[in-house]
Design a protein around this ligand. Structure first.
Ligand code: HEC
Length: 102
């Protein structure tokens, strides 16, 4: 998994080769319902003064983003695993698109 995600990232941490148009569509279909169109419905750091949203997580910590998208989060209910639902290409597109969110 770590190997995989590092292979997909360029040295600045950006996802390589994502089709952003398709990523936008897939994000709309699979993620928007909970995270909102701008990825800012859910704040991942509610106890801290500065909120963290999906776009920031995708830009600054893609391994965490990638892990959560694949396996969901059992400790914090609500985030579903997508490794059975999406292909590698589709996840790459979503991840690349998520890095463009505010
Ligand atoms: C059924 C609602 C739902 C859907 C659909 C959903 N999520 Fe989530 N997601 C959540 C919830 C709830 C959390 C946990 C928020 C918390 O407690 O901090 C979460 C957390 C995350 C996190 C963890 C962020 C972090 O660093 O803590 C990522 C990344 C994420 N979602 C990406 C996605 C992506 C990408 C999709 C679409 C492929 C998606 N989610 C679809 C509800 C959802």
């Amino acid at each position: 998994m770590a190997y995989l995600v590092y292979k997909l990232l360029d040295p600045s941490g950006k996802i390589k080769g994502a089709n952003l148009k398709r990523g936008e569509k897939l994000f709309y279909q699979n993620c928007r319902g909970c995270h909102n169109i701008d990825g800012r419905r859910i704040n991942f750091t509610p106890l801290e003064a500065k909120p963290t949203y999906l776009g920031q997580r995708a830009r600054e910590d893609m391994p965490t983003f990638w892990y959560q998208m694949n396996f969901g989060d059992e400790s914090r209910e609500g985030m579903e695993p997508f490794y059975d639902e999406l292909t590698l290409d589709e996840m790459t597109d979503i991840a690349g698109y998520a890095q463009t969110l505010p």
